[in-house]
Design a protein around this ligand. Structure first.
Ligand code: MLT
Length: 407
């Protein structure tokens, strides 16, 4: 008899964004003429930067000629991309990260979800609340929690993020081994200061804990004082893994490319306290389960670092940030308290009412899809998230409809 991994029975029936998609599809079926604007899932709508398209085309042409054809590439990614990443994303910020500490992959969702495989099952895990659901669900699947009860899984330490702490969690009162942090934050759009981040790095050092730092939205940081990488903080190399993505930076949600940084000085421990470099374990996992990102995609990703690529990427980000500003301003004018949208593409809105109810009001009365805050955790109830990823004209019209609906 084939038996199921019973941890899957603990999961809520569907992944948040699938549930939203189902509700929207049902509404659209009942109301086929409704023109629905999607400001829910953070999915990009603009075309890829020209530099990426050109690089893509010429890489495809290379595959079409016997002289330049390539088969399997290195699982960890081609050096041409790893070296640019190390140089531009880290060295230029005084962060000491080498090219061979960078693992190119097909997505930060996969990497943040898969990384927990490397750790023992009885570690103590801290997750922010609200939180990107992937961090929690993958630990549920792995059996690190008990059942879901009253909006939370037993066995996890929830780090509450709320308006009082500016959506930046305080250090846990109890000792934890693994900490998930995400800044600029998905879903709240909040950012963390250097001083606040240092507290976490110091905590992790003291407790021999590990921080999984998701920086997928780094490209949206405008304020030069805000750290872009956790490795800008002294000592972080020894306690943190960082995840980055080309999805939101360069419009790669459908193209798929990301990377994970695992410094060689980062140690993990066995039961007796013997230390091992984590880099070797992730390398082992990655080379066993993954065959690398395709050559044209890596060439397209490389293009954001060279020639006119950086300017084109900046234009793309500026475009979405104009939307973010419009959304923040309009929702504030309508009397809603907003977080995010300044150094982040997400605007986190205090609805002062049940999240799903507000979601339904906006869907039915304004034909706008948002994301209910409660889908990100208990502390998210009473909020919705609006994403800036859409075309400006659609965002403007959606905001007019929201204003009319909320009158
Ligand atoms: C989101 O909307 O939170 C993200 O698009 C989801 C993701 O990147 O997987």
């Amino acid at each position: 008899m084939i038996r199921v991994n019973e941890n899957y029975l603990k999961l809520k029936s569907s992944y948040l964004f699938s549930e939203i998609a189902q509700r929207v599809a049902a509404y659209q079926k009942e109301n086929p003429s409704a023109e629905i604007t999607r400001l829910g899932i953070g999915d990009v709508t603009r075309e890829l930067p020209k530099a990426c398209i050109d690089a893509f085309h010429s890489a495809v042409d290379e595959l079409g000629s016997i002289a330049t054809f390539r088969g399997y590439g290195p699982e960890q990614g081609y050096d041409f991309l790893r070296e640019k990443v190390a140089q531009v994303d880290f060295h230029s910020r005084n962060a000491d990260i080498a090219a061979d500490e960078i693992f190119i992959s097909d997505g930060a969702k996969c990497d943040t979800g898969n990384f927990q495989e490397l750790f023992a099952n009885d570690i103590k895990i801290a997750v922010p609340d609200p939180v990107y659901p992937v961090y929690v669900d993958t630990n549920v699947m792995a059996g690190r929690t008990s059942d879901f009860d009253d909006g939370r899984y037993g066995g996890l330490v929830y780090l509450e993020c709320n308006r009082e702490n500016g959506f930046v969690p305080a250090l846990p009162k109890e000792k934890v081994d693994l900490i998930y942090l995400c800044f600029p934050n998905n879903p709240t759009g909040a950012t963390i200061t250097r001083e606040q981040l240092k507290l976490w790095v110091d905590y992790a050092k003291k407790e021999k804990a590990l921080i999984l730092y998701d920086a997928a939205y780094v490209a949206f940081i405008r304020d030069p004082e805000i750290p872009q990488s956790i490795y800008e903080i002294e000592g972080a190399r020894d306690v943190a893994v960082e995840f980055r993505s080309f999805s939101k930076t360069a419009g790669f949600t459908g193209t798929r490319c990301a990377y994970t940084v695992v410094p060689k000085s980062l140690m993990v421990y066995d039961k007796s306290g013997n230390a091992y470099p984590l880099h070797g374990f992730w390398n082992r996992r990655h080379t066993t389960k993954f065959n690398g990102v395709s050559y044209p995609v890596q060439r397209a990703a490389e293009a954001i670092y060279i020639g006119d690529g950086p300017r084109q990427v900046k234009d793309l980000i500026d475009y979405y940030m104009t939307n973010a500003k419009l959304i923040r301003e309009k929702m504030s004018q309508l009397g809603y308290e907003c977080t995010g949208g300044i150094n982040s593409p997400y605007i986190w809105i205090n609805t002062k009412t049940d999240s799903w109810e507000f979601f339904d009001t906006l869907l039915r009365k304004a034909h706008v899809v948002t994301t209910p805050g409660s889908g990100f955790g208990k502390c998210g109830n009473g909020y919705i998230r609006i994403s800036a990823f859409n075309n400006k004209e659609k965002v403007e019209k959606a905001l007019d409809r929201i204003a009319a609906a909320l009158k």
